[in-house]
Structures are given as structure tokens and as C-alpha cells.
Design a protein around this ligand. Structure first.
Ligand SMILES: [Zn+2]
Length: 142
């Protein structure tokens, strides 16, 4: 049985009109962010209006998937316990995408004690339900 066909018990993102294109792209294993068509600034999370110039003109661009680690915590006490007991310890992080915006995510593919500031990362996609694919980041060992 694949991961996607098992019952997924953890909280899932709630899609809204602004975030739906992001999650649709994740389902295709693409990481997409919004760029303002007036001032060129990229932003995440997606919003209808540019926080820099208030323009409503936007386009979705595909990010490179490369990032560096900005900040993180190691979760060792599962809350709720029955949902996360098998996952601890795990890393919750804020990463800086190559395009300059920051994204909350999980770090996978390395032990929590091996996580270091500014470590190079690359995106991976986890299909957790037929509708939802979660982007996570792993060390980019080149
Ligand atoms: Zn703008």
C-alpha cells in the first residue's frame, strides 16, 4: 500500500482561492510562488495584492526548489501524542528559497542533530492524500 492510499491522520492545509494554485502545483511536484507583474517582487504565502506596491496583477512562477535553512526547532514531544508519536524527533523549519521568500516546512533526510543554519536544501514532495502533496526539504548534497 502506498503512502497516499493510507489514511492520513495529521492536519491538512485548507485550500482557499489564494492558495489553491500553490497546492495544485505541489500535486504536480512543482513549487510555485507569486510574482508581482508591476514591481517584480516575489511573495509567499500567496496573496491577491502585492504587499510592496498593492498591485493585483500577478503571475505564478516555478521556484527552483533550492533553499537554505533560516530557522528551525526540533519537536521531541508529540502533540497530539497519538498523531505524532511515530514522527518524533522531527524538524519544523523556516527556509529561504533561492528566490528570496521564506516558507515554513519540515526538514527530512537527515538527523535533527545534523541540521545547521544556512545548510543548502532542496525540495521534495510527499503525496499524503490524493488531493494534498506537501513540500518538504532535504539536505542538498549537490
Ligand atoms: Zn508589486
Amino acid at each position: 500500500m502506498s503512502e497516499a492510499t493510507m489514511t492520513y491522520e495529521k492536519p491538512l492545509p485548507v485550500l482557499d482561492p489564494e492558495s489553491t494554485p500553490f497546492w495544485e502545483a505541489c500535486r504536480e511536484h512543482k513549487l510555485k510562488i507569486v510574482r508581482c507583474l508591476d514591481c517584480g517582487q516575489v511573495r509567499f504565502p500567496p496573496t491577491s495584492f502585492c504587499p510592496h506596491c498593492n498591485s493585483a496583477k500577478l503571475e505564478w512562477i516555478e521556484a527552483s526548489g533550492k533553499a537554505t535553512l533560516f530557522s528551525w526547532i526540533v519537536v521531541r514531544h508529540p502533540v497530539p501524542k497519538d498523531v505524532y508519536a511515530l514522527d518524533v524527533p522531527y524538524v519544523v523549519a523556516l527556509v529561504t528559497l533561492e528566490e528570496g521568500v521564506r516558507m515554513p516546512t519540515n526538514i527530512v533526510g537527515c538527523a535533527p542533530e545534523d541540521v545547521t543554519a544556512y545548510m543548502p536544501l532542496k525540495v521534495l514532495f510527499r503525496d499524503v492524500t490524493p488531493e494534498i502533496t506537501l513540500p518538504v526539504f532535504a539536505p542538498d548534497r549537490g
